[in-house]
Design a binder for this molecule. Sequence first.
Ligand SMILES: Cc1ncc(COP(=O)(O)O)c(C=O)c1O
Length: 475
Amino acid sequence: MSRAPYVGLHVATGARRATAADIVASVQREISSGSLPAGARLPPVRALERQLGLSKNTAQAAYDELVARGLVEAREREGVFVLSATRLVAPEPILSAPLPRLVPPPLQRPDLPGRGVTALSTVFIDPELLPTERIAECARSVLRERMPAQYEAQGYRPLREAIAKRLSARGFDVEADEVVITTGSQQSLDIVARSLATKRVACESPVYGYAKLLFESHGNDLVGLHLDPFKGIDLADWDRVLATRPSLAYLITSFHNPTGYSYTSAELRGVLELCTKHGVAVLEDDWGSDMMSDGEYRPMLRMLGGKNVLYVNSFTKKLLPSLRIGFVAASPELVPTLVAMKRLSTLGNAWLTEAVVAEFLDRGYYDTHLQALQRALDTRYAACLAALDELMPESVRWTRPGGGPTLWLEIPRSIDLPALESHLARRGVHVSNASAAFLGRAHLHGFRIAYAFLSETEMRSALTILADALRALSR
Ligand SMILES: Cc1ncc(COP(=O)(O)O)c(C=O)c1O
């Protein structure tokens, strides 16, 4: 039988020997540019090996991959042929009805400041401090398992078990059945907010902005619990606010975002007593208690308050933001509703990421990682304080949270914050506008300085620019 002639393949790799991926990419490129038409026969494996000086396996692997991608087909005893590329031509649209009317976006800002901008307020942790290699190791090990076809809406059980085990070691009384895995702790807040029968929530002012916007977007009235990171909590004032009987108090008790404040033990007890007195449920957002130096843990409301405290935490910042894994631990009677709300929102999460985090916890990597992270954060925190002490004008003050990722910098009221922001932006430094974080009038005048993202050198040069800007604008 005579075979069809084959076409020549050009695989440009410079001086480097071509890999299977190079061959796949160049065939794909030639097909989409039309230079390899449907029906064209590719060189036989042996011819390609000779042409490119490859091993048989490499050429064969490339062809197998092209077959898997549906770009070519291997016909027995005939060769490998380009398949016809079906290009659909988009028809002229016939819909002239308007777009749906949407609410104005609550807040529009990029996930990360752009390239070349020093992010002085971001609460992300420097990727250099995150255990990407070990996560990849866990991912490889998980991928050797057979992928289940089904997901569990409540979250992958081994991950829930690993979380319950970890929390129990920290003095929680919690079972895997009381844990719901979520897409970051943001989704935990979302499913709690969706589930509330009475739409009235108390939260600290200032507060983590996306929590405030989220509660508002679910139609909640918000009442503010005044938080002054320089003075602490005025429990008598909180007593008056909680007496208005919100259904829930949302509290960030350790390394509060955006002020870095941590409740004292007396405040933790005092708040629980007030919530008991006024019949207000408690939602604790514990993003920070395990970012304490010396491997210690700060006490949590959940430990003092027991199972009635709804408890939210997350692996995103501390482990790897892109994994987007958080969780809420709730008392058993709340779990079915929370799971049902999660189902409405996402049906379930990706098994793969949940299994990778479960593996990471199971191997004990998380605690080792947190210890190393705490040491690194301590060093950056100390360097940041030293730079602030040295560089800032007298009129500026800041909190000393003792850990976590952020402190609050308070500047004189005479300096206009938007003017300062634009001044800094022109010099490549970004600080967050915290105005959206307050409920009612802002009683603080400043912004977050976050020391977990920047190296000591970057931090110092950003603070130098900030100090110069503060001096320039206060003239
Ligand atoms: C206090 C606090 N809670 C919750 C979140 C949500 O984070 P994630 O969804 O990544 O867990 C953030 C994010 O910055 C935060 O600062």
